[in-house]
Design a protein around this ligand. Structure first.
Ligand SMILES: Cc1ncc(C[n+]2csc(CCOP(=O)(O)OP(=O)(O)O)c2C)c(N)n1
Ligand SMILES: [Mg+2]
Length: 659
């Protein structure tokens, strides 16, 4: 049921007033977008969006993503006005100040109702694709009674202009994610001025060409907005709703110009806007009628939620659904038996193969996982455990053919993880983490469990050459806060890393895996769960301890060979497998010092940049690595050329010891 137009106008004006006043108070922020989209957002939130402000995490709520995250005051206004516990009006008064959940851009970990962190343009919409995937998957598993919701996006010109938009809508169109609707703030303005400065693209034609339904409306006409949203909901394809709006609508002298995009309007213009809008109230004051109209819009959602609760209570799958949405693994989930079987019968396989072997077990035990690859399924070894493809015809599948869309894949994985109920993992070559990096960063910032299966992790991939050989990647990924970068040495460590990644509910993981076969270095059944400390001693010194070799992944067995040679020469050498620097750094000082004692010569061996390894080896240590690009040749030849042999390394260590 819709309110009469005059009351709707005031509801929208409340958003405009809060936005311009909060930006003015903060002396920074973006009033133009919230003021321009206030009418569209009012219709969407009051009449279409299925949500219950009293229970922001209701599993079957519609998901709303403000992809144009700079317009954060739009979502803060909507949450407050429609009755969420936060943000409070004080939070809004403190927009952009330390401690306020109303941060410059929306952060999923600061406010319920903010489904995702947005601000990096394009990624919000791409994450929404992942949310829509998760919705269909859970619908296939649990049925319409339990899972039946939509994904709504507000996106700007910038979101549609970014390259990731092509990947995201291509995937959504192909998968026919018809319950996804993108409301495009078609205001023809970006920061630099009119969109005609930089683009002549026919955006609607592009969306239509990728399988989307496209409809346009006047974004300031409530009935026309309703017409367009009705049409979007009715169409079985994903929909783009082009909402023609005026940026900064309501600011009489600045509206329609980029001056409203990202700067306070100024006292004079705000006062003129109040006159134009007929908003005769003080900053941060919402008249009772407007607030009660807004609060009244929550009733429909509360009712839908309570009916849903009844259906869930009666559903035989309730416990499993609740477990899935909680993100907890089943109590009986364990890879211990598998790991013990490896101890009994060691294998010499590439860690990408070891990952597939672990996934065979994981996917059989865990219905939560949804795998995929950016067109490298056979190389990433990501399709395992008999899981079938997730397609437009069959949403029960658990494997996504992402196509050659690395960034789109990573962003979709974020959306799936944010939605909950599924655990996404996806693969490509490690070197192409660069293509995913902005999304990996958002996985870490948003504290989500996205698992990146990144294979071909060094020059060890051989003949494909330097374009495909990561050099700086592992180390540069280690710099991202809250990201577990794991480089296992063998099949046992690979299984342990999978276990850690799956149990890390609030952080993403990158598994850096080899193309080439590696001997199993862990064969002692009593040595379990060693990777969880990040690094551990694989071999003690035999002779008096002089040298500590710290290696990761495919260089661990080389470190063992170096240690053997050193021992033969009477030099005691221990070997530490550095599986994950982040986890190691979290151990107490005693453990860290015991693993890598400063009293020994500390040597790092990793087939990647030496940059940063001094952190573990000290100023006087030795860093064996590659500080140039690789080359095209068989792996064995490359390891020789770049000095990754015991014959090349041991003399350097002896020189250092004697020097
Ligand atoms: C990836 C990325 N690049 C650049 C920016 C900086 N930026 C923020 S908003 C914006 C302009 C976006 O234009 P539009 O989406 O049309 O927003 P409007 O001006 O209409 O509010 C830019 C370049 C960003 N946030 N993210
Ligand atoms: Mg714009």
């Amino acid at each position: 049921m819709s309110l009469d137009t005059a009351r709707m106008v005031q509801m929208a004006n409340a958003i405009r007033a809060l936005s311009m006043d909060a930006v003015q108070a903060a002396n920074s922020g973006h009033p133009g977008m919230p003021m321009g989209m206030a009418d569209v957002a009012t219709v969407l939130w009051s009449e279409y969006l299925k949500h219950d402000p009293a229970s922001p995490d209701w599993a079957d709520r519609d998901r709303f993503v403000l992809s144009a995250g700079h317009g954060s005051m739009l979502i803060y206004s909507l949450l407050h006005l429609s009755g969420y516990a936060a943000p409070t009006m004080d939070d809004i008064r403190n927009f952009r100040q330390l401690g306020s959940p109303c941060a410059g851009h929306p952060e999923n970990f600061l406010l319920d109702g903010v489904e995702s962190t947005t601000g990096p343009l394009g990624q919000g919409l791409a994450m929404a694709v992942g949310m829509a995937i998760a919705e269909r998957k859970l619908n296939a598993d649990f049925g319409d009674d339990i899972v039946d919701h939509k994904t709504w996006v507000i996106a700007g010109d910038g979101c549609l202009m970014e390259g990731i938009n092509h990947e995201a809508i291509g995937l959504a169109g192909h998968l026919k994610l018809g319950r996804m609707n993108v409301l495009w703030d078609d205001n023809q303005i970006t920061i630099d001025g009119g969109t005609d400065l930089s683009t002549s693209e026919d955006i609607k034609a592009r969306y239509a060409a990728t399988g989307w339904h496209v409809v346009s409306c006047d974004g300031h006409d409530f009935d026309d907005i309703r017409r367009a949203l009705d049409e979007a909901q009715a169409d079985e394809r994903p929909s783009l709703v082009a909402c023609r709006t005026v940026i900064g609508k309501g600011a009489p002298n600045k509206q329609g110009t980029s001056a409203t995009h990202g700067a306070p309007l100024g006292d004079e213009e705000i006062s003129a806007a109040r006159d134009v809008l007929g908003w005769d109230y003080k900053p941060f004051e919402i008249p009772e009628q407007v607030l009660s109209d807004w609060r009244g819009t929550a009733d429909a959602g509360a009712k839908a939620h309570s009916e849903w609760n009844d259906r869930l209570s009666a559903d035989s799958q309730r416990a499993e659904f609740e477990r899935r949405m909680s993100g907890d693994l089943p109590a009986k989930f364990s890879l211990d038996n598998y790991i013990q079987s490896l101890m009994k019968e060691p294998v010499k396989v590439a860690t990408r193969k070891a990952s597939e072997m672990a996934l065979d077990k994981i996917n059989a035990m865990l219905p939560d996982t949804m795998g995929g690859s950016a067109d490298l399924t056979g190389s990433n070894n990501t399709k395992a455990g008999g899981i079938g493809p997730f397609t437009a015809d069959d949403y029960s599948g658990r494997y996504i053919y992402y196509g050659i869309r690395e960034f789109g894949m990573a962003a979709a994985m974020n959306g799936m993880a944010l939605h909950g109920g599924v655990i996404p993992y996806g693969g490509t070559f490690l070197v192409f983490t660069d293509y995913c990096r902005a999304a990996i960063r958002l996985s870490a910032l948003q504290q989500v469990r996205a698992i990146y299966v990144m294979t071909h992790d060094s020059i060890g991939l051989g003949e494909d050459g330097p374009t495909h050989q990561p050099v700086e990647h592992v180390q540069s990924l280690r710099m991202i806060p809250n990201l577990l970068v794991m480089r296992p040495a063998d099949a046992v460590e690979t299984a342990e890393c999978w276990d850690i990644a799956l149990r890390s509910k609030d952080r993403p993981a990158v598994l850096a895996l080899s193309r080439q076969n590696l001997p199993q270095v862990r064969n002692h059944p009593e040595e379990t769960d060693m990777s969880s400390k990040g690094a551990y001693r694989l071999k003690k010194a035999g002779n008096a301890h002089k040298v500590t070799l710290v290696a990761s992944g495919s260089e661990v067995h080389l470190a063992l060979a170096c240690a053997d040679e050193l021992e033969k020469q009477g030099v005691g050498a221990s070997v530490v497998s550095m599986v994950c620097t982040q986890l190691f750094d979290e151990q107490d000082e005693a453990y860290r010092k015991d693993m890598i004692p400063a009293s020994s010569l500390r040597v790092s061996i990793e087939a990647g940049t030496t940059f940063g390894w001094e952190r573990y080896t000290g100023e006087n240590g030795l860093n064996i690595g590659i500080d140039s690009f690789g080359a095209s040749a068989p792996a064995g030849d490359l390891f020789k050329k770049f000095g990754f042999t015991a014959d090349a390394i041991v003399p350097q260590i002896m020189n250092k010891l004697n020097g």
